[in-house]
Design a protein around this ligand. Structure first.
Ligand code: NDP
Length: 449
C-alpha cells in the first residue's frame, strides 16, 4: 500500500507526472522523497512560500544530443547522449555517466534527482547532476569504446568545467572510459583541467580510494547501522548483487570486517559459493578479463552458477543490492526478512521498489537507502576535486580515513533527523529530510534563480 502524500504535496507530485510523462523511474524517485517531506513543510513554511519542492523537481538544464561513431566494420552507429544538470545550489553539478542500453531520459532524471540529496548529505560543496548514453559497451572493442567516448565528449565538453559540471563513472563507465573522455576534453579545450572529471587513473590526477569508495562506503554505513543495534559484520553471512565496481569493493570491505559474502551476480546469473566468494578470482574475471561471472564456477567445483537466478532467495543476515534499480521487489524483500536478513545497505541507486521498502520498514530491520548508504563514491570524488585543486595526492590510508569519517557523519546526520522527526531509525526519512533541508536552505538564500 502506498504512503499517502501530504495534501499540499500531492498536487505538486501530480504536476511532476504531467510534465514528465512516461518517465516512471523519475516519478518513483520523486515520490519517495516527497513522502518524507510533509512534516518538513510544517516546520519550515518558508520552503512552501518559496516553492522549493516545485523548483527542486525541475532540472536547471537538460541536454540531449546525438552521438555518431564508427564501428570496427566502418559502419556508422548512432546513440543518444544525456546530461541532466539538476541542481547547483550547493556547488557545481556532480554525478556520474551511465552507459547502458536501458538509458533514457527518465533513468537519467531519477539518478540526477537522487544525486541532489545524496551530495548534500556528504557535506561537500557539490550540486546534483547525472548523464549517460544508451550505448552498450558490452562486446565492443577497445577502439570502438574509445571512438564512442570521444564522440560523446565532442558535444558534452561545452557543458562541463571544474566550476560548472563535473561528471564521474557509473554503470558501464570506469576509469578506461573516463580516460578516453578526459583525453578528448583536454584535446578540445587545450587545458589540463583535472577537476573536470573524477574517477581518473592514479597517474593522471585520480585519487586513491575512488575505485573502492562506493563499495567501502556502503559497508561503513551498514556497519554504523549495525553498531546502533549492538552488532557488527563479524561472522555474518552476506549477499552482494552485481559484480561490478560497487559490488567488488563492498565484498572486499565485508571480508575485511569479518563477514562472509556467499553470493554475487551479473545480469546473466548468480554465483553461490558456500565457502565465501573468492574475490581475487572475481577481480580477475571482471576487472582484467571483462568476462561473465558464470566462469567463476569453472575455477571452484563447490560453487554453483544459476543462470537467471534470484540472489535474494539465498538465506543471509545482510543484503547489499549493488547492481541496478528495482532489483528487490516486495516478494524478494519478504523472502529476505523471512530468511533472517536484519540489515540492507544499498550500494546501487534505488535498487528496492516502493513495495520492498515498505516490507523492510514494517519489519523494523536496519535499512540504509542508497542516497545515504552509497554516498561514499561521490564524496571521494569531491576529495579527488580537492586534491586536483591543490595539486596534491593523498595516501590511501589518509583518504580512506576521510571516507570513513564522512560515512559516519552521514549516518549520524540521518539518524538524528529521524529522531527529530519522530521516526527513529527510519533512514529513508532521515536521508530525504536531511538532504532536502540542506539544499532548500541554500536555495532560499540564493534567491529566485
Ligand atoms: P558496473 O558497470 O561496474 O557494474 C554493474 C553490475 O551490475 C554488473 O555486474 C552488471 O552486470 C550488473 N547490472 C547492471 N545492470 C543490470 C541489470 N539491468 N540487471 C542485472 N544486473 C545488472 O557499475 P557500478 O558498480 O558502478 O554501479 C552499480 C550500481 O551502483 C548502480 O546502481 C550505480 O548507479 C550505483 N552507484 C555507483 C557508484 C559508483 O561510484 N560507481 C556510486 C553510487 C552508486 P552485467 O555486467 O551483466 O551488466
Amino acid at each position: 500500500m502506498k504512503v499517502k502524500l501530504d495534501e499540499k504535496i500531492e498536487p505538486i507530485f501530480q504536476e511532476v507526472i504531467k510534465r514528465n510523462p512516461g518517465e516512471i523511474e523519475f516519478h518513483q524517485a520523486v515520490r519517495e522523497v516527497l513522502e518524507s517531506l510533509g512534516p518538513v513543510l510544517v516546520k519550515h513554511p518558508e520552503f512552501g512560500h518559496h516553492k522549493i519542492i516545485e523548483r527542486i523537481c525541475e532540472p536547471e538544464r537538460q541536454i540531449i544530443f546525438r552521438v555518431p561513431w564508427q564501428d570496427d566494420k566502418g559502419e556508422v552507429q548512432i546513440n543518444r547522449g544525456f546530461r541532466v544538470e539538476f541542481n547547483s545550489a550547493l556547488g557545481p553539478f556532480k554525478g556520474g555517466l551511465r552507459f547502458h542500453p536501458t538509458v533514457y531520459l527518465g533513468i537519467i532524471k531519477f539518478l540526477g534527482f537522487e544525486q541532489i540529496f545524496k551530495n548534500a548529505l556528504t557535506g561537500m560543496p557539490i550540486g546534483g547532476g547525472k548523464g549517460g548514453s544508451d550505448f552498450d559497451p558490452k562486446g565492443k572493442s577497445e577502439e570502438e569504446v574509445m571512438r564512442f567516448c570521444q564522440s560523446f565528449m565532442i558535444e558534452l565538453y561545452r557543458h562541463l568545467g571544474e566550476y560548472t559540471d563535473v561528471p564521474a563513472g557509473d554503470i558501464g563507465v570506469g576509469s578506461r572510459e573516463i580516460g578516453y573522455m578526459f583525453g578528448q576534453y583536454k584535446r578540445i579545450t587545450n587545458r589540463y583541467e583535472s577537476g573536470v572529471l573524477t574517477g581518473k587513473g592514479l597517474d593522471w590526477g585520480g585519487s586513491t580510494v575512488r575505485t573502492e569508495a562506493t563499495g567501502y562506503g556502503t559497508v561503513y554505513f551498514v556497519d554504523e547501522m549495525l553498531k546502533m543495534r549492538g552488532e557488527s559484520f563479524e561472522g555474518k553471512v552476506c549477499l552482494v548483487s552485481g559484480a561490478g565496481n560497487v559490488a567488488i569493493y563492498a565484498i572486499e570491505k565485508i571480508h575485511q570486517l569479518g563477514g562472509k559474502v556467499v553470493a554475487c551476480s551479473d545480469s546473466n546469473g548468480v554465483i553461490y559459493d558456500p565457502k565465501g566468494i573468492d574475490l581475487p578470482l572475481v577481480k580477475q574475471l571482471k576487472e582484467v578479463e571483462r568476462r561473465r561471472i558464470k566462469h567463476y564456477a569453472e575455477h571452484h567445483k563447490r560453487a554453483k552458477y544459476v543462470p537467471n537466478g534470484n540472489i535474494w532467495e539465498i538465506p543471509c543476515q545482510v543484503a547489499m543490492p549493488s547492481a541496478t534499480e528495482n532489483e528487490i521487489n516486495g516478494t524478494d524483500a519478504e523472502k529476505l526478512v523471512k530468511n533472517g536478513c536484519t540489515a540492507v545497505g544499498e550500494g546501487a541507486n534505488m535498487p528496492t521498489t516502493p513495495e520492498g521498502i515498505r516490507v523492510f520498514l514494517d519489519a523494523g530491520i536496519a535499512y540504509g537507502p542508497g542516497k545515504a548508504a552509497n554516498a561514499g563514491g561521490v564524496a571521494t570524488s569531491a576529495l579527488e576535486m580537492q586534491q586536483n585543486a591543490s595539486r596534491d595526492a593523498w595516501s590511501f590510508e589518509y583518504t580512506e580515513r576521510r571516507l570513513a569519517e564522512i560515512m559516519k557523519n552521514i549516518h549520524k546526520l540521518c539518524y538524528e533527523v529521524t529522531e527529530e522527526y519522530g521516526t527513529p531509525g527510519n533512514y529513508v526519512n532521515g536521508a530525504n529530510i536531511a538532504g532536502f533541508i540542506k539544499v532548500a536552505k541554500a536555495m532560499v538564500a540564493l534567491g529566485l534563480v
